[in-house]
Design a protein around this ligand. Sequence first.
Ligand code: GDP
Length: 298
Amino acid sequence: AKLKEGLSKTTQNLTGKLDELFKGHIEIDEELYEEIEEILITGDVGFETTLKIVDMLRKNVKKKSIQDVKDVREELKLIVEEILSGDDSNLKLEPKPAILVIVGVNGVGKTTSIGKIAMRLKSEGKSVLLAAGDTFRAAAAEQLEVWADRAGVELIKHQEGSDPSAVIFDAISGAKARNTDVLICDTAGRLHNKKNLMQELAKIFRIIDREYPEATKEVLLVIDATTGQNAINQVKIFKEAAPLTGIILTKLDGTAKGGVVLSIKSEQQLPIKLIGVGEKIEDLQDFNAKEFAKALFS
Ligand code: GDP
C-alpha cells in the first residue's frame, strides 16, 4: 500500500498518460507505438530503454496476435516487470561478516538510508557498527551519530578533516574485535571535486580489500529519484570510482520521475536493492520487480 502511495506521482505520469492514450485508441497502429514511446521518454524511462521496451512490445503483440488495446497495456506491464527482475536485488550480507559501503553525492539521502538500514538490521538481531567515512562535513558525523543512538549501535568517527580511509581502517579493526555482523561505512560525496573523490574512494576500497578480504561486500550508490535522468549521470561517474554492486533509489515518493528505475536496471546493469518511498524508517523498502510493476500498473 505504501509502495503504491509512494509511487502515485510516477503512476500518474506514466500509467495515467498511457491509460488516456489507450482510451482514445482502438487500433494497434504505428501512431499508438509512437505515443507510447513519447510517454515513456518524457516519463524519465530513458531513450535507449524506451526503444527497447517498445521494440519488445511490438514483437510480443505480433507473436501473441494481440488485438485489444487492453491487452497491450498488460503486455507492457509484463515487459516492465521482466526488465526490472533479476535474482540480484536483495542485500547480500551473508556469509558473515559483511561490509556495506554507501556512496553518493551529498543530499541524496545517504545518511538517512544508513540509519534506516542500521535500524532494520538491528531489529533483525544482527550486530551493526557504523563508520563515519565522510570526514569532510562535520554535520555528516553528527547526523550519523543521531542515527547510531537511535538504532542503539556504535559509531566509529574521527575528527573533521581527517583521512577517511583511516576511519575505515579503525572501523574494520573494531568490527573484527567485536565480531560485528555488518559494518556500514558512510563516505564523502563531493562531486565538484571529482578527482579527489575518486582517489579517496579508491583508497578506501584498497583498505577494505587488504584488511577485510573475508567480508561479504556490498557497495551501494544512493541516488535521488527526483533528479530523474541526472541520477543516471551520477551512476556513470560513481561506476568509475567504486565497485558498485547496486543502487538505493531514494525519494520516489516525491517525484513523477520514477521511470528512471527502468533506465538504471536496463542501461546501467545495476540492480536496485532498496527504494525510499517516504521519510519513515519502514519507508526504505526492498525492491521487488513484480510489486513495483504491479504498483505502477494497478
Ligand atoms: P545525505 O546528504 O546524502 O546524507 O542526505 P540525508 O540523508 O541527510 O537526506 C537528505 C534529506 O532527504 C533528508 O531530509 C531526508 O529526510 C530526505 N530523504 C531521504 N530519503 C528519503 C525518501 O526516500 N523520501 C523522502 N521523501 N525523503 C527522503
